[in-house]
Design a protein around this ligand. Sequence first.
Ligand code: SF4
Length: 244
Amino acid sequence: MTGPKTSGDKVPIQPFFDDLKKHLKTTTIGSLKANKTPKQVHAVADTAMDAFATSAAGLEKLVPPEKPLACKKGCAHCCHLAVMTDGATVLRIAEHVRTSMNQAERMLLDMRLIVYEDKVEKMTQSQRSMARIPCPLLVDGACSVHEVRPLICRAFNSYDAEICDQKIRGGGSTSEIPSWNVPWLLGLALDAGLKEALVESGYKDGDIELGLALKQALDHPHADERWLAGDRIFSRTAWKARKP
Ligand code: SF4
């Protein structure tokens, strides 16, 4: 996903995002240093997701959207774009999948992940960014892991679903979608803070592709422990390292 068009700030909010990024980075590094366990990795991802929810709610009062957003359950144009995320978030989503889905839901997800990997694995980054492929976590037009969806999915928003349809389904640029800048800037700040903290803590996955990485996390027994031990289980899913 790349950012939609955002309107100008009425109040200067960038310093707040810079501080938030710095704060998340510092606390994440501290958390992972103190305790290298799967539970801690999941907690690190949860902290970033909670920071998004809390900050978005506070900022909505300060810098409200110009008009109601078009985003609602069942509208999933943006869930056909590539989602780039990080290792902690993928491991958190994998844990959610393991603990919340029943056998039938899990079987269907596994099948969607196989089909997705088959389609996407050989693509270059630019081919994937132009392709419109449903996220394997999309079920009946809704996100099946809504509580733990990546920051970038939380950030994406639009004032106009018809423009999303034209630009996303039609293969156009998402930068032309009119949107509320607050969630977008917030998501970018927290995403960067979390990723920088993971790199500084020794987990150098880079930007990893959600669908491909989730398959790796679910396929690997003890994926969390292996990732914590430095096993680069997501190496095939980071665009920069990939050689399709
Ligand atoms: S994780 Fe959820 S919100 Fe994000 S693209 Fe996939 S289905 Fe959509």
